[in-house]
Design a protein. Sequence first.
Length: 202
Amino acid sequence: MKKMDKTLATFIDISHLEYQTYDLLHRKLICSSGFAEKVLGYTKKEFEKLSNNFYQALIHPDDIDRRKEEVEKIINSRLGEVIENTSRFKKSDDSYIWVHTRKTVLERDKKGTPLTICTVAEDITEIIFLENELKEKIKQLYNISWKNSHLLRAPVSTIIGLVNLIEEKEITSQHNIQIFKYVKQTIEKLDMVIHEINEDAK
C-alpha cells in the first residue's frame, strides 16, 4: 500500500493536472497537488485563502453564474456523477486562464448530503485560443463563399451575357470575334472554378 501511495504521489507530481479535495460544508480547500504554485502563481497559503466560497475571488466575473450552477449540480448530484465546468481563473499577475474541471462527491453524510468533493483541473487556455482561431478561420471561409456567390458570380454572369449579345448582333469584326471567343472561354472557366469553390464550402 505504501508503494502504491508513493506511485500515486509521483504520478500527481509529474502530471500537468490539478488534483484536489474541497470541503463543501465550509467551502474551503482541504488539499491541492500544487496547481496554485505551478500554474496560477499563488503560494499555498494564498490559494487556501482564495478558495473560500468556491474560489469566487478568482473566477472571472462573466463566469460567476456558471460557477453557481455548477455548485448546485454538485449538491444535487447522484452517486458517482461527474460534473464538468469550464471557467476563467485569475492568476497572480491578474491575467486569466481557462480551466476545465471534473468534480465528483468524495464523501457524504448519513443523509446523503455531500461533504467533500474531489476535483481534477486542467489548463485549457491554449485549446480555447486555437478553437477561437479556428472559428474565425471558418467565418472567413463563409465570407469568401458569400462573396463568390453574390459579389463575384454576378459580374461574371453579366460579362458572359454581354459577350453572347455581341456574338448574336454580329457587331464585331472577324478579328474581334476571335478575341471575344477567347474572353468567353476564359470567363466560363472562371465561372466553373467559382462554382466548384461554392460547392466545396457547403
